[in-house]
Design a binder for this molecule. Structure first.
Ligand code: HSE
Length: 441
C-alpha cells in the first residue's frame, strides 16, 4: 500500500468533528478503497481547549490556518472555517500556492472567488474539490462536473437550503410560526452562523451560482442572481396554495432562455403531486433538465454534520486515489480559460404562471376590479377565488370582515404581473401588501 494521505483540517466545528470521527470509524474501508490510508495529521481551530466530540490532542496544532495550509506535513488541506474572505480565503490560497490539494465546503467563498481559486488549482496541478458546498450529502457536483459532460443542460433547480425547507414543512404540517421553526433549525445545527443567510435566500444563491457555472460552462455570477427569501410567507399563503393544488418551496433556479441565463431564488409554487413537492424537512433536492439524459432528480440530506462530512470524505478519497504528477480535471467542469462570460436574462422578461393573494375589504366591485386590472395587462386567469381570511391578526370586531382573493394566472411575464399589481394597489382596495409567488413548471 502507498504512503498515507496526510490531511490538515482547518475549522473544528460540527462538520470538522463529524469528519474526524468518520475518517477514524471507517479507516479500514477507506484505506481499502483508496489504496492508502487517510491520516489526519494536523488541525487548526480558534480554541484548543473547547470540548469536542473527537480527540484532536494527538495531532499537530496550528493557531493560524495559513500556517497549516503551507505545512510540509500535509498533502491535502480541508477548509471548514467558513466565510467568503479572511482566514478561509487566505488559507485556501496559501495551500494552492504551496501545491496542496484543497477540499472545502465553503459555498460563500466559492460563489465569490471560485474561478480565481480554480485558476490557482489548475496552475498548481492540484485538485480543488467542493462537493459539500452544495446540497450537503447529495453528490451533485461530481454528477454535473463529470457524469453529465456530454449533455447540454437547459435548467438546473432545486431545494438547496435545508433550514428553509425545514421551516416551510413544519409551518405547513404543524401550523407553527416562522420564528419557532427557525429556532428549532438553529438548535439542530442546520442554520448558518447568521441565519439571515438562510431565510433571506443568500445561502441558496451561493449554491445556485456554483451549479449555474457547472451547468452552462459560464463564469460564476453570484451578483447577478434575483433573490427573495421566505420571510414574507405566512400560513395563509401555505394553506391557500394547498387548496389550489400547490406547495410552497424556496427554489434556486438557473435556466437558459433566449435572452440569456436566468438565475433566481424565490419562494415557488410547485404542484402538490410533483417530486420536488414531496421533499420535506431538512432534505435537499436538485433537478436537472438536460438534452441527452432528460430529467434527473437527486435528493438527500442537505445539512448537518454527518451528511456534510460524507461529501467531504468523498472529496478527500478522490484526492487519495489521484496519481501524483497527473494533470487533474477542472474544478468547474470546464478549464477556466474556456469558461464563457455570463449573460444575464432580465427578470422582467421571466415567463411563467403566478399565484397572487390579496387581502381586500369586502365591498362591491373589488373582485371585478382585480380581474379587470389583470385583463388590462393581457393576463389570463386560471382560477380566482374569494374567501374570508384565517389570519389570526384580524380583530373579531373588524367591520366589514377582510376577505382574501387568491388567483392563479396562466403563463405571463414578470413585467405584466408587476404592472397589474401596481395598478391594483393604486385602486386602494388592498389591506396590506399583495403576495405574489411564482409557479415553476
Ligand atoms: N444552512 C445550510 C442549510 C447548511 O440550511 O441548508 C448547509 O449549507
Amino acid at each position: 500500500m502507498s504512503t498515507p494521505l496526510r490531511i490538515g483540517i482547518a475549522g473544528l466545528g460540527t462538520v470538522g468533528a463529524s469528519l474526524a470521527n468518520l475518517i477514524h470509524k471507517k479507516q479500514n474501508l477507506l484505506a481499502d478503497r483508496c489504496g492508502r490510508a487517510l491520516s489526519i495529521t494536523a488541525v487548526s481551530a480558534r480554541d484548543r481547549t473547547k470540548s469536542r466530540d473527537c480527540d484532536f490532542q494527538q495531532m499537530q496544532w496550528f493557531d493560524d490556518p495559513v500556517d497549516l495550509a503551507k505545512s510540509a506535513d500535509i498533502d491535502c488541506f480541508v477548509e471548514l472555517i467558513g466565510g467568503e474572505e479572511g482566514p478561509a480565503r487566505q488559507s485556501i490560497s496559501a495551500a494552492l500556492e504551496a501545491g496542496k490539494h484543497v477540499v472545502t465546503a465553503n459555498k460563500a467563498l466559492l460563489a465569490k472567488h471560485g474561478i480565481e481559486l480554480a485558476v490557482m488549482a489548475e496552475r498548481a496541478g492540484v485538485l480543488l474539490n467542493f462537493e459539500a458546498a452544495v446540497a450537503g450529502g447529495i453528490p451533485i457536483i461530481k454528477t454535473m462536473r463529470e457524469s453529465l459532460t456530454a449533455n447540454s443542460v437547459e435548467r438546473v433547480y432545486g431545494i438547496l437550503n435545508g433550514t428553509c425547507n425545514y421551516i416551510l414543512t413544519r409551518m405547513e404540517n404543524e401550523g407553527l410560526t416562522f420564528e419557532a421553526c427557525l429556532k428549532d433549525a438553529q438548535r439542530l445545527g442546520y442554520a448558518e452562523a447568521d441565519p439571515t443567510f438562510d431565510i433571506e435566500g443568500n445561502d441558496t444563491a451561493h449554491k445556485l451560482a456554483i451549479l449555474c457555472s457547472l451547468a452552462f460552462g459560464t463564469v460564476i455570477a453570484a451578483d447577478e442572481i434575483y433573490v427573495e427569501g421566505i420571510t414574507s410567507i405566512t400560513y395563509d399563503d401555505i394553506s391557500a396554495a394547498k387548496e389550489l393544488g400547490y406547495r410552497i418551496k424556496l427554489l434556486g433556479v438557473a435556466q437558459l432562455t433566449d435572452s440569456g441565463v436566468e438565475q433566481r431564488v424565490h419562494p415557488t409554487m410547485v404542484p402538490l403531486e410533483s417530486t420536488i413537492a414531496q421533499i420535506s424537512g431538512v432534505t435537499n433536492a436538485v433537478a436537472i433538465d438536460a438534452d441527452i439524459v432528460g430529467q434527473l432528480i437527486m435528493s438527500g440530506p442537505g445539512a448537518g454534520g454527518d451528511a456534510t462530512a460524507s461529501a467531504v470524505a468523498g472529496d478527500i478519497s478522490d484526492i487519495a486515489k489521484s496519481k501524483p504528477g497527473i494533470q487533474h480535471g477542472p474544478a468547474f467542469g470546464t478549464p477556466t480559460n474556456a469558461l464563457q462570460p455570463y449573460r444575464r436574462a432580465r427578470m422582467r422578461a421571466h415567463e411563467g404562471g403566478y399565484f397572487v393573494r390579496l387581502s381586500v375589504s369586502d365591498e362591491a366591485g373589488v373582485f371585478a376590479s382585480v380581474a379587470t386590472r389583470m385583463a388590462e395587462e393581457n393576463i389570463s386567469l386560471q382560477s380566482i377565488v374569494q374567501h374570508q381570511l384565517t389570519d389570526n391578526s384580524i380583530q373579531p370586531d373588524q367591520q366589514p370582515k377582510p376577505q382574501q382573493i387568491v388567483l392563479i394566472t396562466h403563463e405571463t411575464t414578470e413585467l405584466a404581473i408587476r404592472l397589474a399589481l401596481k395598478n391594483i394597489e393604486t385602486d386602494g382596495h388592498l389591506n396590506g401588501q399583495a403576495q405574489m409567488i411564482r409557479i415553476e413548471k
